[in-house]
Design a protein around this ligand. Structure first.
Ligand code: NDP
Length: 245
């Protein structure tokens, strides 16, 4: 028996492209009212125009705690509750540790880790009220670190650490915590890498395999958030079949 998403209220961060966009569409199609957040408001507006269900566009920057608080407040004001948060906004700026541009580390920590923590912090009172669900988009890099992804992996390991503490704190109050760990998904994520060698490596990795599609991850999110109340799907690891590590 699956539970319905009909009229449930969902907030997806980083919904302007890739996994976030696909997830917002999938949850909207399943009947949810979806607030879509990100910095590129034009992209979010076109997503909302194309959606069959009701969507609220929220221009937000997850590195700014106030912006996150305002986005959560606007969602609750518009829809009256908050049932699911998909904590998805992220950047991956791959590169070796030696000689790294440490402003890229700051950007990743502020976006992937702190941004996700701010979102949980702002949303939690509402999720406790609705016995809702937090979906944390981590990565295979949140389980296995590898050369040239140290800082990115540190943010994703951080998400896992935070999520387990969160789970222990709120599960008895009916709030479920789901960590999703995708392997290689074809999105804009690698386009922001500044190191030319790393960019080339990402491109050749993409060409070497049948990568995942953002809809594959959206389907996993939909599965996790439509389980009966007593079922907590705490972790989902999804790699392309062709991906070895
Ligand atoms: P995209 O680059 O397509 O999407 C990233 C999203 O994050 C965009 O919507 C972007 O919106 C948003 N974002 C980035 N910075 C901020 C910010 N400061 N404030 C608000 N939103 C922000 O990549 P993906 O869809 O691949 O990435 C989504 C998540 O999935 C990330 O957390 C990533 O680490 C994770 N992931 C991706 C994998 C992959 O192979 N693609 C594998 C494993 C995990 P905007 O620029 O409009 O603000």
């Amino acid at each position: 028996m699956n539970t319905s998403l009909d009229a449930k209220v969902v907030l997806v961060t980083g919904a302007s492209s890739g996994i976030g966009r696909a997830t917002a569409r999938a949850l909207s199609k399943a009947g949810a009212r979806v607030a879509v957040g990100g910095r590129r408001a034009d992209r979010l507006a076109s997503l909302a125009r194309e959606a069959s269900g009701e969507m609220l566009v929220l221009e937000m920057d997850v590195t700014d705690a106030r912006s996150v608080r305002d986005a959560v407040a606007a969602t609750v004001e518009r829809f009256g509750a908050l049932d699911v948060v998909v904590n998805n906004a992220g950047v991956m700026l791959s590169g070796a540790i030696l000689g790294a541009d440490i402003t890229e580390w700051t950007r990743m920590v502020e976006t992937n880790l702190l941004g996700s923590m701010y979102t949980v912090h702002a949303a939690l009172p509402h999720l406790l009220a609705s016995k809702g669900t937090v979906v944390q988009i981590s990565s295979t890099s949140g389980r296995i670190s590898s050369a040239a992804s140290g800082a990115y992996a540190a943010t994703k390991f951080g998400i896992t650490a935070f999520s387990e503490a969160l789970r222990q704190e709120v599960t008895e109050q009916g709030v479920r915590v789901v960590v999703i760990e995708p392997g290689f998904v074809s999105t804009e994520l690698t386009s922001h890498i500044t190191d030319p060698a790393m960019q080339a490596a990402a491109n050749s990795m993409a060409e070497s395999m049948r990568t995942l599609d953002p809809d594959d991850i959206a389907a996993a999110v939909l599965y996790a958030v439509t389980q009966p109340d007593h079922v907590a799907v705490n972790e989902i690891l999804i790699r392309p079949t062709d991906q070895t590590r």
